[in-house]
Design a protein around this ligand. Structure first.
Ligand code: CP
Ligand code: NVA
Length: 303
């Protein structure tokens, strides 16, 4: 059975194959060709413990385009919202569904679901990772520069769930990742150690301009993720804002990415996110195409 839990679980060949499959499906969709239907007759559940715009809509549309039936479940409307265990939920849903995408507060819930389900489970964001988003981001790197390996990616701001998936992607795909995070907001040491052990080039910076120097990709995310306390985050992260100076330090053809939602003039200035190096709308659309490949890989007829 094929889950999609984290990028570190995959080989470079496997991720590349999914990205190519997503690109092929995008091309077919845009040219009006008959769409492949690998999910025909299948029902895919989507459990949300947190808010979502992109994940919710791109998965729902993607499942439909692949011939499947999406069922959106808000955790607060389910019995897990009243304390039913995730293991019991996994066993029950396995009897009805052909796959589950879950967005959950704790990564342990994802693991509890995948350990107890007899159907594929896809990670739609946890407190520690967001692999579907980074697949779409890598597709966007291909759109911009035609290559992933050997690129220099600069992550600015919070060492959060997105940063963790970027670290895993760097290790698997072979690009350099520079992380400019304030002290106390670095990504977890164990994932950095894991990536470096695999030979990945993961460099921590305390100066965003230095981290951005000659980079091909500049990427950031909100300073206060879902479930985070505000505390002194805004104050602490302010020196790590992506602004015109940061973009000027990067390579001349550098792109800007952000998983969205964004708060203009906090983690990124309006001039950057709405400027001509920004690929955020393409990146958001690529969620649909990348996830269709993930769904076909996990739940399709060849899975
Ligand atoms: N980027 C992302 O996952 O967006 P949503 O929270 O809207 O799903
Ligand atoms: N880091 C953000 C990503 C939102 C898509 C969060 O977890 O809220």
């Amino acid at each position: 059975m094929r889950h999609f839990l984290d990028l570190k679980d995959f080989t470079k060949d496997a991720l590349e194959a999914m990205l190519q499959d997503g690109l092929a499906m995008r091309k077919a969709l845009k040219s009006g060709e008959q769409h492949a239907q690998p999910l025909a007759g299948k029902h895919i559940g989507m459990i949300f413990e947190k808010q979502s715009t992109r994940t919710r809509v791109s998965f729902e549309v993607g499942i439909s385009q692949l011939g499947g039936t999406p069922i959106v479940l808000s955790a607060s409307d389910m019995q897990i919202g009243r304390g039913e265990s995730i293991s019991d939920t996994a066993k029950v849903l396995s009897g009805y569904l052909d796959g589950i995408m879950i967005r959950c507060l704790s990564h342990n819930t994802l693991m509890g679901l995948s350990d107890n389900a007899s159907i594929p489970v896809i990670n739609g964001l946890t407190d520690t990772s967001h692999p579907c988003q980074v697949m779409a981001d890598m597709m966007t790197m291909l759109d911009a520069h035609g290559v992933i390996e050997g690129q220099i990616v600069c992550w600015a701001g919070d060492g959060n769930n997105m940063a963790v998936s970027w670290i895993e992607a760097a290790a698997v795909m072979g690009f350099e990742l520079r992380l400019a995070c304030p002290s106390g907001y670095e990504p977890p040491a164990d994932i950095i150690a894991w990536a470096r052990d695999k030979g990945a080039s993961i460099i921590l910076h305390d100066d965003v301009l230095e981290a951005a120097k000659d980079a091909h990709v500049i990427v950031t995310d909100v300073w206060i993720s879902m479930g985070d306390e505000e505390g002194t985050r805004v104050q602490d992260m302010t020196p790590f804002q992506v602004n015109d100076d940061v973009m000027s330090a990067a390579a001349p053809d550098a792109i800007f990415m952000h998983c969205l939602p964004a708060i203009r003039d906090m983690e990124v200035t309006a001039s950057v996110i709405d400027g001509n190096q920004s690929m955020v709308w393409q990146e958001a659309e690529n969620r649909l195409h990348a996830q269709k490949a993930i769904l076909a890989y996990c739940c399709g007829e060849k899975a």
